[in-house]
Design a protein around this ligand. Structure first.
Ligand code: ATP
Ligand code: MG
Length: 332
């Protein structure tokens, strides 16, 4: 048995709700006046859980917002998607987290975060959070949420509760270079891998937790830790799936990239949701690739989430144009 058993219940995540405020112009950093666009509701766990709910799976988040427009904008948006926000604490003393984002010409990003000293930095396992965890069948951890010892401790407590109840756990390291300087974060990533059933790194993140020099080495080193599945996200090139018995490479879908924010979060949410709904891993990766492609074709993290019908339409369109190509090649 290579697949973790499915425990019924909500998909729950825990971490930052924030708004993204994005530079309209490409370039480096924020040391000059420039045009900005936003606020866009976001935060990796928030985007993830909204995508899960949009696919019709019960989902909830443990998080914190300030009693301000940025916070309420995000909560209202998540509610519309069907997310259980009963464990989102409204903080009277701290403001909603923010991330200012600027893209370089090559697609790299600079972030300027207000996280640790925002409402997101004060997330804790209070009574509503514990009530949500009691309904959890699968728990998802975002590496971006492990930005302080406090958060690492709270997430660790949550994971231990759900694991003891038989829930499965997925982990997306979601490393932001601005955060790797935080010593806590590397320790947190190593810790979370011990609890992880499904590991969802993107590209080079696969090599981070082990001392491996190649993907093959990393994969060989990760399964003995207790991980059942690894899905490596490869941006426009799609994704690769590994379990103990097989490896699959599935190409990405061709779209015009407008904004890559949230692609990985929509991908992970779709893969986990489809898997829990009983789809085969290959079909789950296809749907997840479609979710990621749809996400990059719209601006704003949470704006990028899509329905199963939209994903199926993209997959069908791609299959159709592939058939046409095969037909044309044969005709020649
Ligand atoms: P994030 O910025 O959300 O952290 P990530 O680095 O975790 O993203 P990516 O590999 O960039 O993850 O993207 C996730 C998935 O989205 C990819 O595996 C792919 O399926 C899809 N995707 C990303 N970029 C593109 C693109 N330009 N064209 C088509 N699909 C894409
Ligand atoms: Mg990511």
């Amino acid at each position: 048995m290579t697949l973790p058993p499915v425990k019924p219940g909500k998909i729950v995540t825990m971490g930052e709700i924030l708004v993204d405020i994005m530079a309209v112009e490409h370039g480096r950093g924020f040391r000059e006046a420039l045009n900005l666009r936003g606020p866009f509701p976001g935060g990796a766990p928030a985007i993830f859980v909204s995508q899960v709910a949009r696919l019709g799976h019960p989902a909830g988040i443990i998080a914190g917002i300030g009693d301000d427009d940025f916070g309420w904008l995000t909560i209202e948006r998540m509610k519309r998607d069907g997310v259980d926000v009963s464990a989102v604490r409204v903080d009277d003393d701290y403001v909603t987290a923010t991330a200012f984002v600027r893209y370089h010409e090559d697609g790299e990003r600079d972030f300027l975060f207000n996280l640790a000293r925002s409402a997101a930095g004060r997330v804790e396992l209070n009574a509503p959070a514990r009530a949500l965890l009691a309904e959890c069948g699968h728990f998802h951890i975002m590496g971006s949420s492990l930005f302080s010892f406090h958060l690492i401790d709270e997430v660790k407590k949550a994971v231990e509760i759900v694991k003891a109840n038989g829930a499965t756990v997925s982990f997306d390291p979601n490393i932001r270079k601005e955060m790797m300087d935080i010593a806590e974060m590397r320790a947190g990533i190593e810790l979370m891998l011990q609890y992880c059933d499904i590991f969802l790194p993107s590209g080079p993140e696969l090599l981070v937790p082990t001392a491996a020099h190649s993907e093959e080495e990393a994969i060989a080193a990760l399964f003995p830790l207790g991980i059942s599945m690894i899905v490596v996200k490869r941006a426009a090139r799609g994704a690769s799936y590994y379990d103990r018995t097989r490896a699959l490479d599935l190409p990405g879908y061709k779209v015009a990239e407008i904004d890559p924010t949230g692609a990985g979060d929509c991908f992970g949410a779709t893969f986990i949701t489809c898997l829990r709904q009983g789809m085969e891993p290959e079909a789950c990766v296809r749907a997840a690739n479609a979710a990621g492609a749809l996400a990059v074709s719209r601006q704003g993290g949470m704006e990028g989430i899509s329905s199963l019908a939209e994903m199926e339409a993209l997959i069908a369109r791609a299959a159709l144009s592939e058939n046409e190509l095969t037909f044309q090649t044969k005709a020649i």
